[in-house]
Design a protein around this ligand. Sequence first.
Ligand code: ATP
Length: 242
Amino acid sequence: VDTGRGLHVRGLTTRYGPVLALDDVDLTAPAGRVTAVLGANGAGKTTLLRTVSGLLPAQAGSVHLGDVDLTTAGAEDVARAGVAHVPEGRGVITELTVEENLRLGALLGAARASARKPPTIDDVYALFPSLEGRRRQAAHSLSGGERQMLVIGRALLSAPEVLLLDEPSLGLAPRVVSRIFAVLRGLVDAEGLAILLVEQNARSALSIADTGVVLNLGRVVASADAATLAGDDELRHAYLGL
Ligand code: ATP
């Protein structure tokens, strides 16, 4: 096992009963890099994130954060170890205010023995200024883009080493996606955060990613730097719908 900083997935295999959803997947999401996971509907992208984050058991293979083995760790332990999962669908707590949602994230940051100093809620407002003016508003009143900023902000408050993002661009205007991706790119470059970005929208994912893997029917069918993937016509037609 490569024990460099970041996330190392080897031979990962996950089943839903008879359905083999992930089949012997290898990938690395190194510190200071954005790694995109691309593929059509049903390719296994969400299953990959759910297995890494301990929400689903792996049938085989391993998940390491640096040299820490997380393969059999439950979701809480994976989060405490420094892997933050932002699921598809913007899981904010809609009855709570923006600031209350952020305070929940800060609790995890305070509870976790992190190498890095956790950011403050004000740091999150500095990254996403549109949240600050809405700090006392209930989260259900936010736009889709603001909700995405809120869940990402909440995840960042745990000072993660690895951020798992499931389809953050879904349903958002391209301009909003660019703004969120620019903030994330800044954190990756400045703080060495590792991002594993799942996207069906290959174009927007490859615009921020350093490298990417393409999944099809649970298997890795390609793995290369982002520019190579974006320029591969055959791949684009076969798997990426571009
Ligand atoms: P999408 O973008 O649609 O979420 P995906 O690439 O994330 O697609 P997964 O959701 O990981 O794909 O699904 C991978 C495979 O596992 C699919 O064949 C899907 O039908 C199957 N699957 C997913 N969840 C379950 C489940 N709870 N029970 C049974 N099969 C499932």
